[in-house]
Design a protein. Structure first.
Length: 315
């Protein structure tokens, strides 16, 4: 099972305890996966997308809890196809449908039904808890999240720009940065920061998925930290080896073309110690001298030897 599906399964089991949050969840499902259509007689019916059984099952549970409406997939009413998607009928009873639509503010004072493309009424998500509920069920309908082992990316794929902007406003009300980009005919609202995705999972009340993601983030960050440290140490070792190789080459050149006897005593001792201990660090080389010399003193003498070698090579 993909990580995205694991998140949606966890969200499908969470239903708001208060009725206003349940209404926000119903509104989110209708907004994200619903379609309202009138037949030839003008009778309205509510349809839901056929490809997400988690959403359909949760919608039935919400109807039962919020309205005491017991319903199921209606086999005697044909499915419809709209914008390349298959929709199944879930409410065809006019009284029940008007009760649901009225509760989520989709019917105005004159009895006209709002077009779904106009979005949900802000009254449905006026409370912070209702925003959480709406984001939760919108993610079930429109969202996906990448495998955290590969990268951090969470998105809502929306049909309408207004839909994406409404979700963006809700997410950013919780101080989470979300961006919108156009992808073909869709508007994609996305979060790429791992911390932002963790915060959103917390807001949508998916603690198990949140912990799984956090554990993966910790492991990944530790691995990256270790890799950075190893790379740094390798770079330092390489630098040290290259420097030692250059020093030995210069000292050998001085021995063969200038003679150690012509060097000052401190430089001659330094040259002899370096040739005897080619793998030692500057600190270790200083301990081999008598009297001992600090790291900076050793570096100074080796630099003098290299400068003299370079001068002789130039001549």
């Amino acid at each position: 099972m993909s990580f995205s599906l694991e998140v949606k399964e966890e969200l499908s089991k969470h239903i708001g305890s208060s009725r206003h949050c349940q209404l926000a969840e119903i509104a989110a499902i209708i907004d994200g996966a619903g379609f309202i259509r009138a037949d030839e007689d003008g009778k309205l019916a509510l349809y839901l997308q056929d490809d997400n059984p988690l959403v359909v099952r949760k919608f039935f549970t919400l109807l039962r809890k919020a309205f005491n409406i017991g319903t199921s997939i209606l086999e005697d009413v044909p499915n419809i196809k709209e914008n390349g998607r298959i929709y199944r009928p879930v409410i065809v009873d006019g009284k029940d449908l008007h009760s649901v639509l009225g509760a989520i503010r989709m019917i105005d004072t004159e009895g006209h039904i709002r077009d779904i493309s106009d979005g949900m009424s802000p009254q449905v998500t006026r409370n912070s808890c209702c925003k959480r509920a709406f984001l939760r069920d919108s993610f079930m309908c429109l969202g996906s999240i990448s495998d955290p082992n590969k990268g951090y990316h969470l998105e809502y794929v929306c049909d309408r720009r207004q839909q994406a902007e409404n979700l963006q406003e809700m997410i950013e009300s919780f101080d989470i940065k979300a961006m919108i980009v156009r992808r073909k005919k869709y508007y994609v609202l996305y979060i790429k920061e791992g911390a932002g995705i963790v915060d959103l999972l917390n807001i949508m009340e998916a603690p198990v998925s949140l912990m799984n993601l956090e554990n993966l983030r910790i492991v990944k960050e530790m691995r990256n930290s270790i890799n950075r440290r190893v790379n740094c140490e390798v770079a330092n070792i390489t630098k040290t080896v290259n420097a030692a190789t250059k020093q030995i080459e210069d000292i050998t050149y001085l021995r063969d073309h200038y003679g150690f006897e012509n060097l000052p005593v401190n430089l001659r001792e330094m040259a002899e110690v370096r040739l005897e201990h080619p793998d030692s660090t500057l600190l270790e080389l200083g301990r081999f001298l008598d009297p001992e010399v600090g790291k900076s003193g050793v570096n100074h003498r080796l630099r003098k030897l290299s400068e003299l070698a370079d001068k002789l090579k130039g001549k």
